[in-house]
Ligand binder design. Structure first.
Ligand SMILES: *Cc1c(COP(=O)(O)O)cnc(C)c1O
Length: 298
């Protein structure tokens, strides 16, 4: 079921001025994986799609908001695999669909808008779909199989890496990185949402007891006002790291991730001689919702 060619993925070393403690910083450019099914979404979907194909489901039903990278990715892979796809979208149908939803619709996804309260009511949703032979992929691909697929990212991560840093939305990617980590490696998650304890529990819920003993930490304080909030400060930061390092980032996850990592380095979070790998998990399509000209890259 090979759909995605990994050839464009690369490691980009980032050289910072005035770095104390001989810290090595590099970015795993999973944004280069594919223009549509970007970054981590492919790894989270992969094993779940294998289930769909192996068990001869007609397709997939999944969940998300109007700007969900997961929705676009699911719509795209389903189209390529010849599977039906249904997207349950949180909130009333807008007059004008977001860029994300237009693309998903274009790939043949059946978009069904449900109120926020109905969205949280799983049994109601199941009733709606009861006659269909569809596999349910949770919002954001949050499932043990989703996390298991993420361990494949270690094909690019050297054993000498001491810290692997990622953005955290549902926590699936962070859980997968923890699963695959070696004993000397610490996984650092940058929370892009407000709220800590619930998310930490969600990460742990995808781990075995043994895996929960590994080294990991969820870091707070880099959400810039909350999920998908993008004040001018953040836009300026995105333009700055592009100009300095030719590194494009998205406004929901990876810009906040890079801000967090560089701030943590400046605060001496990482011990001297650490070898830090940041996972660029993609998501650049989300920037298309910004007015043209906001960013110096596209
Ligand atoms: C979905 C997404 C994330 C969050 O991944 P989780 O596994 O839900 O924590 C991070 N970065 C990008 C670019 C994403 O699209």
């Amino acid at each position: 079921m090979l759909l995605i060619n990994h050839a464009n993925v690369c490691i980009q070393n980032i050289v910072l001025n005035k770095l104390k403690g001989n810290i090595k910083l590099a970015v795993l450019r999973l944004d280069k994986l594919h223009p549509i099914i970007s970054g981590n979404k492919w790894f989270k979907l992969k094993l779940q799609l294998q289930e769909v194909v192996n068990n001869q489901y007609d397709g997939v039903v999944t969940f998300g908001g109007a700007y969900s990278n997961h929705i676009v990715s699911a719509a795209y892979v389903c189209k390529v695999l010849g599977l039906e796809s249904v997207g349950i979208i949180r909130g009333e149908a807008p007059k004008k669909l977001s860029h994300t939803l237009l693309v998903a619709k274009d790939y043949g996804m059946d978009l069904q808008f449900v109120s926020r309260s109905a969205y949280d009511n799983k049994s109601l949703l199941q009733q709606r779909l009861q006659n269909k032979n569809l596999y349910i992929i949770p919002e954001g691909g949050y499932a043990v199989l989703g996390a298991n697929g993420v361990t494949e990212m270690y094909q690019w991560i050297d054993e000498t890496c001491t810290h692997i840093v990622c953005a955290v939305g549902t926590g699936t990617m962070m859980a997968g990185l923890i699963k695959g980590a070696l004993p000397h490696q610490k996984i650092v998650g940058i929370n892009v949402l407000k709220g800590h304890d619930k998310l930490l529990n969600e990460v742990k819920n995808l781990l075995t007891e043994q895996e929960q003993l590994k080294q990991f930490e969820l870091i707070e304080g880099y959400h810039f006002g909350g999920y998908a909030k993008h004040p001018q400060d953040l836009i300026n930061w995105m333009n700055l790291i592009y100009k300095q390092h030719q590194l494009p980032t998205d406004l929901v996850y990876t810009s906040k991730l890079m801000y967090g990592v560089i701030d943590l380095i400046q605060q001496n979070y990482f011990p001297a001689n650490s070898n830090v790998m940041v996972v660029h998990s993609g998501g650049l399509q989300g920037n298309l919702s910004l007015p043209k000209g906001t960013l110096v890259f596209d």
